[in-house]
Ligand binder design. Structure first.
Ligand code: SF4
Length: 95
């Protein structure tokens, strides 16, 4: 049977490991941020708008840090390189 001191040690050990992993997880997610090539191809993504249609005025766009910064798209998981000036065949007018 474990006493309170043992429980506390185990808790601190596990908690410390979890805290140590946070920067690694953050770094890893940034290191693997890349265009979703398969979805881009499937949806014929391009970095230029099609007339008045662009990612910036698309319902699926997830804006970046500023209006001109690259962001994401709800239809392209993991892709953080979507240009607000881009376009693809899944474009839907933002209300
Ligand atoms: Fe851009 Fe297409 Fe995503 Fe709309 S669906 S934000 S047009 S990539």
């Amino acid at each position: 049977m474990l006493n309170t001191t043992t429980h506390r040690r185990q808790f601190l050990k596990i908690g410390g490991s979890a805290l140590a992993a946070i920067p690694v997880i953050a770094l890893t997610s940034n290191a693997f941020a890349a265009p979703n090539a398969a979805m881009r191809t499937a949806l014929k993504y391009q970095d230029k708008p099609l007339a008045e249609k662009s990612c910036a005025n698309c319902l699926q766009f997830v804006p970046g840090a500023s209006p001109t910064a690259k962001g994401g798209c709800k239809l392209m998981p993991g892709d953080t390189e979507i240009a607000p000036t881009g376009y693809c065949t899944a474009w839907v007018k933002k209300a």
